[in-house]
Design a protein around this ligand. Structure first.
Ligand code: GSH
Length: 218
């Protein structure tokens, strides 16, 4: 049965899930959820995700939500297809897991706050930036990027020597941040900057960028 991803453009959680399906070269039907009409809060959608959020993946008899749970399912269920997104060796996988947790618990919050403010509110809605928010979250992101700079002198990717979910989970926020003045925080760190350019140039992500552009985003 066909894979179906329910999502919304430009939702970063949607793109986190979608890029994992593209890395695996899987055919997926993208079902747009009309958030403006609150379709995600209808009983029908709540039966897929009781929290009323995108993305949701349906694969035959399984329905799952939470973008990072979706990517891990895709990486395991389709292990023999496309890019290997998980380390096989238990110790290597443990290191990969550490950096997946770091993304979720250290990187995501300041990044997401800055994306909403600078990419959505300032760039797309033409509003004035909330300087107090920037003063709070820019230094938090900088501290995380300092740790990444050191880590990326030790290995080419965050999770190890090859591209894995530990890197993939960063893609949407990194893409959006690079469109804002926060790009300077990446540019100031040579290893982080090279890593960001590398992961953003992956064909699976380039496919997402085409989708964003066709919907009027950068
Ligand atoms: N932790 C969730 C976050 C999902 C999420 O926040 N989705 C947003 C779009 S990016 C959403 O559906 N927002 C609507 C709402 O919360 O009502 C994941 O990674 O899937």
């Amino acid at each position: 049965m066909a894979l179906k991803l329910y999502g919304f453009v430009p939702s970063n959680a949607t793109f986190r899930a979608l890029v994992s399906l593209y890395e695996k070269d899987l055919d997926v039907e993208f079902v747009k959820v009309h958030m403006a009409d609150r379709e995600h809060k209808t009983p029908q959608f709540l039966s897929r995700n009781p929290f009323g959020q995108v993305p949701v993946l349906e694969d035959g008899d399984i329905t799952i939500f939470e973008s990072r749970a979706i990517t891990q399912y895709v990486a395991r269920a389709y292990a023999d297809k496309g890019t290997d997104l998980m380390m096989n060796d238990p110790k290597k996988m443990a290191i990969q897991s550490v950096w997946m947790e770091v993304e979720a618990h250290q990187f995501n919050l300041p990044s997401h706050k800055l994306v909403i403010e600078l990419y959505i509110n300032v760039l797309h809605r033409g509003r004035e930036a909330d300087e107090a928010l920037l003063a709070e979250f820019e230094p938090k992101l900088e501290s995380v990027l300092d740790v990444y700079e050191k880590r990326l002198t030790e290995s080419k990717y965050l999770g190890g020597d090859s591209f894995t979910l530990a890197d993939l989970h960063h893609l949407p926020n990194v893409h959006y941040l690079m469109m804002t003045k926060v790009k300077k925080l990446f540019d100031a760190r040579p290893h982080v900057s090279a890593w960001a350019a590398d992961i953003l140039s992956r064909p699976a992500w380039v496919k997402i960028v085409s989708m964003l552009r066709s919907e009027g985003f950068v």
